[in-house]
Ligand binder design. Sequence first.
Ligand code: NDP
Length: 453
Amino acid sequence: MAFDFDLFVIGGGSGGVRAARVAAGEYGLRVGLAEEDRYGGTCVIRGCVPKKLMVFASGYPDQIKDAVAYGWDASCGAFNWPAFRGRLEAELDRLETVYRGLLAGSKVQSFDARARIKDPHRVVLADGREFTAAHILIATGGRPVVPDDVPGAELGITSDDVFHLGALPKSILIIGGGYIACEFAGIFNGLGSKVTQFYRGAQILRGFDDEARALVGDEMRHAGVDLHLGTNIVSMDRAGSAIKVTATNGMVAEFDQVLFATGRAPNSADLGLEELGITLARDGAVPVDDYSQTSVPSIFAIGDVTNRVNLTPVAIREAMAFTATVFGGTPTPVDHDLIPTAIFTQPEMGTVGLSEEEARENGPIEVYTTSFKAMQSGFAGRSARVFMKLVVCADSRKVLGCHIVAPGAGEMIQLAGIAVKMGATKEDFDRTVAVHPTMAEELVTLRKPTRTA
Ligand code: NDP
């Protein structure tokens, strides 16, 4: 059968665009791509990119205070949210244009429409147009979810809305203790909002190394975030222009905004999958095998819609593995092991591999830690501490995990991640000469284990 396209991609985010570009540009295939919203997806339009720009914006007051301590005559003044938002919007417009240009440059035919799968080789656009394709790739990403058991929850916002706020809230309550909640707590705190955060568990950033996340929590509090652990929201009511919140700890307070950062769900609804016999997972994820193939051989899925590891660079890897497998003749499973990642909290956290708690399960291990005042901010009189940890297998000597809480931890963990991925041993770290004076040099000068387990 002659198909209209060799590949039809649904979703124009990081994963979908990469797969489409590689299939068309490198393999010379006929590729169509449908996107119902803006090109660039979560990362570019409402995630990593605008978030990181807000992290930068929120860091200036402390930097200016430090500059004064270093002898500069400087003062910060007020933050102009509309001015920043205007620049942010212009930057996102520019990036979206780049994404569209990349697709056009690779001769991908783009459709600004929602698409639905009608049969294993056919998609239908919202305007009724139908196309056939040898392969269909679902790359529709995810979306924020709000608990459905909180009366008044519709008064709150999600991370999607943050970048469009008309005004910077004077006060904001953030619900959740994951990446998004903690990153926005730091952002709004730095920008000058009074930030309260409720997390239902015992410590924020569940799943990460206990000591590292405890330090992030302590430093967030020290920076001014009013963090309530073991606390959740009960109900929300309108109170004039504010929102009145009742909490499980009995607290009743008013906030300008309430941000739900209570997790994300795959965008898998109404794609036509169930009709084709693809049963979605309980969380809505599209089930796939190691090659991102669904139970229908011509249909594949990558990125957040599969809810494997929900990170942009992972979606891009999954796209590359998909194209190599399906079009390159090289079956390539996606390697989800030892993925370095950073959480852009203030202070930043970078991590790769096993937490101490995970590694203990398979012991024996040696744990090397260091904690010290960073030179730059310490000179300026700030007490902020840096923390680094190496988790080492006592038998193989391999570094199983590396955890860093420090300014620039994201940059550091990218490089430490190479060593850990290569299987470097503690002795490999030790024989690497320190770069002095840096924070990262501590990673190669950790002499004695802090503890063994
Ligand atoms: P997470 O799943 O990481 O965190 C959700 C948080 O909300 C958890 O603390 C969870 O608590 C809490 N929660 C869930 N349901 C409720 C509820 N009903 N009431 C109260 N609290 C609730 O999701 P995020 O939205 O923060 O991030 C989603 C994903 O996006 C991340 O896992 C990550 O993969 C990616 N991401 C990556 C970033 C980066 O690389 N820097 C930045 C932002 C996102 P509990 O722990 O008890 O379940």
